[in-house]
Ligand binder design. Structure first.
Ligand code: NAP
Length: 315
């Protein structure tokens, strides 16, 4: 039987690499489309993974590169932009998706999986959530023939909306673990009460695999959360316990949180930004019931308490 080919946009990132290795193990051939080949060294050793450097603005090249793929997974995402005006978010999340979808139509790709986020909505609280919501609407409109893009393909679209994702190469828990080293006594925390339903990257990749193998017909949306709900403060305390830090968490008022976000936005590596703060104004947990036709909720099984010690523990 001919080996199926899966194309990944954003396949060089944290979730993307985990997915690429998982799919390779299942016997697929993987094409990782990247803006910079040299940033994908961690994937080079796997012979089932082909790296294709691509100009996302070049429609002809994009359609050629996608030709022969049976499914496309779009994992492109940014959490921060240089200026606080939403333009980079729109470019990364919406403009690139328009180009990818046009190329999918040209290459007659039938199955498309979009990695979005819980709370992504055109009326969301941050530029990140708004642009991710616009991307979801673009996909739904493409399917319904009202986006202005060439349609008919893709004709099976799955939008996956996870809460925060954790795993040994994540930014979220690893960043907190290193910040705790710099602040061993007191840790000033913005929005400590906001709730998350953390998802293990291995569970998410298994779910994406299911959507590739057995896609729902038409457009479907899946909310994804792990088995437990934690406040941000509880996650930080868990990381402190595992890494053996005796840090006291100091909750910040709204005013001090804004000051902190303004300041950290200019620190190299941007550990926190005003847009991140806006995203934190709503809990990132699955809705208690599916609200719209076609939406479902997938609760995965791996607990953060079991996995974090495997990569954060100092022992
Ligand atoms: N991590 C989480 O906790 C979390 C939670 C909810 C949703 N998500 C969503 O899940 C997806 C994967 O997340 P991740 O943590 O794996 O992200 P990541 O590690 O930052 O990887 C994202 C990838 O997107 C590509 N990319 C970045 N900026 C781009 C731009 N301006 N134009 C085109 N491509 C760009 C990069 O690929 P190249 O450099 O190779 O081109 C990069 O590898 C994202 O869509 C994210 O929004 C993540």
């Amino acid at each position: 039987m001919k080996q199926k080919v899966i194309g990944l946009f954003g396949g060089s990132g944290f979730v993307g690499q985990s997915l690429a290795f998982f799919l390779a193990k299942q016997g697929y051939a993987i094409r990782v489309f990247t803006r910079r080949r040299k940033d994908t060294r961690h994937l080079w050793m796997n012979t089932s993974i082909e790296i294709i450097e691509i100009d996302l603005e070049n429609q002809k090249h994009l359609a050629e590169a996608l030709s022969g793929c049976s499914s496309i997974v779009n994992l492109i995402g940014i959490l921060n932009e240089k200026k606080d005006n939403g333009k980079e978010f729109i470019h990364a999340h919406v403009r690139t998706l328009e180009n990818i979808l046009s190329a999918c139509a040209a290459a007659r790709i039938s199955n498309f999986v979009q990695i979005s986020a819980l709370n992504a909505d055109v009326n969301g609280n941050s530029f990140y959530l708004k642009s991710k919501g616009l991307a979801e609407d673009l996909l739904k409109n493409t399917f319904n023939n009202s986006s202005g893009l060439p349609t008919a393909f893709p004709n099976n679209i799955t939008i996956i909306k996870p809460s925060v994702i954790f795993g040994d190469k994540d930014v979220f828990t690893n960043k907190f673990a290193s910040l705790l080293k710099y602040m061993p006594l007191f840790f000033p925390l913005a929005k400590g009460d906001v709730k998350f339903q953390p998802v293990y990257v291995g569970d998410l990749t298994a779910l994406i695999f299911k959507c590739i193998e057995k896609p729902d017909q038409g457009v479907s949306t899946i909310h994804v959360g792990g088995p437990e709900i934690y406040t941000l403060k509880e996650i930080l305390s868990l990381i402190a316990d595992i890494t053996g830090q005796k840090t006291t968490v100091i909750p910040l008022s709204n005013f001090l949180s804004c000051l902190q976000a303004n300041f950290l936005e200019y620190v190299p590596g941007k550990p926190f930004s005003r847009d991140n703060l806006r995203s934190l104004s709503k809990d990132s947990i699955c809705p208690s019931s599916a609200t719209t036709t076609g939406e479902r909720i997938e609760i995965q099984s791996t607990s953060m308490k079991n996995i974090l010690p495997t990569y954060l523990s100092s022992e």
